[in-house]
Every structure is written in structure tokens, then in C-alpha cells.
Design a protein around this ligand. Structure first.
Ligand code: PLP
Length: 221
């Protein structure tokens, strides 16, 4: 068995345990296997092992890797988990099934426009900058409600949930808890939070999508 397949099985069982430990249905947690920097040869065994939801952080990289794979495996779901530039929105809406990183009005407008033009409906998440870090993308926690209202009322966008990337030097649980609180206050079900090092904590705090890369594919070079 390839190493990544064993790692995938391990992550799957840890997700199941974490969900059960939190009194949740394991099926309520979707594993997004983050394949950024890894090529088709590394991804194929993981698809072969049954994984169908993948995450990429760059539109350009995803465009070179995924169209042939999506052709061969039509049930693949591709999630954009990295920042989106507005001049890449058309390509992103063509290729991806979900976008986790709506972080400003201009991007929300561009996505709404492209989805209407292409007749495509993507799962959409608003990224919240829970740590209010200057270098990090995302809506400030206190502006989340107004931004969601803008997406819903002005753009008619259906937002599935919220996403965050906690500051590296802080307790992730505080940020997951804040994201869950904001989602609850805004009647949102989806919570995209948790990575290789902290997905079990995220599941305990309600994550519906965990984004796990290096724990499956190996540490990126
Ligand atoms: C790379 C990345 C991940 C996966 O990180 P790992 O630590 O490799 O699991 C998750 N979310 C985002 C936004 C990423 O860019």
C-alpha cells in the first residue's frame, strides 16, 4: 500500500473518532484532501483509495492538474482554499466546485457575476480573519454579519458557511470557537476549519470541512 493511502486511512479513522467523541455523525465531516504542490502521480493513488474531495490553493496550478482528472473521475469535487484574484474568477468558477476564500466585496461580486454567466452554482464560504492579522486575508469578525448580509441581499449569493486559518502562534481552538459562534449567529451550517495539526480540535468545535494536506501527502518540499 502506498504511504499516502495508509495516511488517508489513518486520517479517516481519526476523523471518525473525533466526530464520535463529539457526539457527531462522522458523515457530517467532509475531508478535503489538500493536494497543492503534488502532481498527478501523487494524487492518483489517493483517488484510487476512494477520496473524492480535493483542495488546491492556486487557480493556475489547479488548471494544469485537474481537468484531465475530472474528465476521468466525474464525481471529483474540487475546492479552492487559497486567495482568489478577481482576474482569475472566470477560470475558478469554471474549474472549482467550492470556493472557501471569499474575503472582500469585489470577489463576491465577481463570483456572483461568473456563476450567473456560466450557469454554475458553487459551494461558497466566507473567509474570516479570526486573528485580525494584517498579513492575512478575510473579513474581520465584527464585519462578518454585514458582509454576509451584503452577499445575501445585494448579490443573491447563497453562502454555505465560514472558513478560517488561525494564527500559527495561537491556540487554534479559540479561533475555531469564534468561527463557530459567528456561523451560529448568522444561521450558517458550514464550517471550514482544521488542518493536519488540528483537525480533531476543529471537529470537536463543529467543523464540517477539514482541510488536510501534509498528513496525507507528506510534508511539502
Ligand atoms: C495548505 C493548506 C491547508 C493544508 O495544510 P496542512 O497543514 O498541509 O494540512 C489547509 N488550508 C489552507 C488554506 C492551506 O493553504
Amino acid at each position: 500500500m502506498t504511504q499516502s493511502i495508509a495516511a488517508l486511512r489513518d486520517i479517516e479513522s481519526r476523523i471518525e473518532l473525533a466526530a464520535k467523541g463529539a457526539g457527531r455523525d462522522p458523515a457530517s465531516v467532509t475531508l478535503v484532501a489538500v493536494s497543492k504542490t503534488y502532481d498527478e502521480a501523487a494524487i492518483l493513488p489517493v483517488i484510487g483509495a476512494g477520496q473524492r474531495v480535493f483542495g488546491e490553493n492556486r487557480v493556475q496550478e489547479a488548471k494544469t492538474k485537474w481537468p484531465p482528472l475530472k474528465g476521468r473521475y466525474p464525481d471529483l469535487e474540487l475546492h479552492l482554499i487559497g486567495p482568489l484574484q478577481s482576474n482569475k474568477t472566470k477560470e475558478a468558477v469554471e474549474l472549482f466546485d467550492a470556493i472557501h476564500t471569499i474575503d472582500r466585496p469585489k470577489i463576491a461580486q465577481a463570483i456572483a457575476h461568473e456563476m450567473a454567466t456560466q450557469g454554475r452554482q458553487l459551494q461558497l464560504y466566507v473567509q474570516v480573519n479570526t486573528g485580525e492579522e494584517a498579513q492575512k486575508a478575510g473579513i474581520a469578525p465584527r464585519e462578518t454579519e454585514a458582509f454576509l448580509k451584503y452577499c445575501r441581499d445585494d448579490l443573491r449569493l447563497a453562502i454555505a458557511g465560514l472558513m478560517c486559518i488561525p494564527p500559527v502562534d495561537e491556540e487554534a481552538a479559540l479561533h475555531f470557537g469564534l468561527l463557530a459562534k459567528l456561523a451560529g449567529e448568522n444561521q450558517l451550517q458550514g464550517l471550514s476549519m482544521g488542518m493536519s495539526g488540528d483537525f480533531e480540535t476543529a471537529i470537536a468545535l463543529g467543523a464540517t470541512h477539514v482541510r488536510v494536506g501534509s498528513a496525507i501527502f507528506g510534508v511539502r518540499g
